[in-house]
Design a protein around this ligand. Structure first.
Ligand SMILES: CC(C)(COP(=O)(O)OP(=O)(O)OC[C@H]1O[C@@H](n2cnc3c(N)ncnc32)[C@H](O)[C@@H]1OP(=O)(O)O)[C@@H](O)C(=O)NCCC(=O)NCCS
Length: 205
């Protein structure tokens, strides 16, 4: 998921993101304290699968620490800084997707995602990215939505491109965002407001 850079000043959205966003097959719903136990088990089941993500360095977390983390996400959402949402399929948590502001004068939002390994290969991350992207551009202050993925992360790259994002280059991964297995170089993918036209959805597979 997209993690905040230490000391980073963020400009909040003028209106917070919705708590629930429906997709065609999945529903995105803000993670709340009552979801922590399910999230906890899902992350612990996927530690090896999620090794490419920076947050895994803090795992395995205790349930109590995860409750604090999720409470912090809810607080960030209230303050208009973004949303950390579960990807739900028939009331079962199958992954997470997050969208966050950068700042302080940044007109962008950044999306990150992960899926339960058993739910890969079905298009759920692509669908979640589409839904969040549409929501992001409903906020007039957002001009660009971005995805960053480790250079070695072919599946994430495929998801970004499948969802209509363009590869715009690479950059060194900031120290706080480095994972245990990554290359410390990240690919950057973007979609700009002017590209978000009537044909946008039809570019999806
Ligand atoms: C990155 C990650 C979320 C991608 O998962 P994914 O299931 O491949 O992603 P998508 O939702 O884009 O699904 C695409 C796959 O579903 C298939 N698919 C089936 N139905 C589909 C549909 N309706 N729409 C789109 N794709 C569909 C595609 O053909 C593709 O299959 P393939 O990879 O066998 O070619 C997953 O690998 C993951 O959790 N990795 C670890 C964490 C991580 O790297 N996160 C990203 C950090 S930047």
């Amino acid at each position: 998921m997209t993690e905040r850079h230490p000391g980073e000043q963020i400009s909040p959205l003028s209106e917070s993101l919705p708590e629930i966003l429906p997709g065609e097959r999945i529903i995105l719903r803000l993670l709340a304290l009552e979801d922590v136990a399910e999230l906890h088990l899902l992350v612990l089941d996927n530690l090896d699968h999620l090794m490419i993500l920076a947050f895994i360095a803090k795992e395995p977390m205790t349930l109590a620490d995860r409750q604090i983390l999720v409470a912090g996400w809810a607080d960030d959402h209230r303050r208009g800084l973004g949303a950390d949402m579960g990807i739900w399929l028939n009331d079962t948590l199958v992954g997470m997707v997050g969208i966050h502001r950068r700042g302080p004068d940044d007109a962008s939002m950044e999306i990150g995602y992960w899926l339960d390994e058993r739910s890969e290969g079905l298009g759920f991350a692509t669908e979640a990215t589409q839904v969040l992207c549409e929501e992001a551009f409903a906020h007039p202050e957002v001009e660009v939505v971005r995805i960053r993925a480790d250079l070695s992360n072919d599946r994430s790259r495929a998801t970004a491109e499948r969802a209509g994002f363009r590869w715009v280059g690479t950059e060194p991964t900031p120290t706080a965002q480095r994972s245990l297995t990554g290359t410390n170089v990240q690919s950057v993918f973007e979609i700009h407001r002017h590209e978000f036209d009537d044909q946008w959805r039809s570019r999806f597979v």
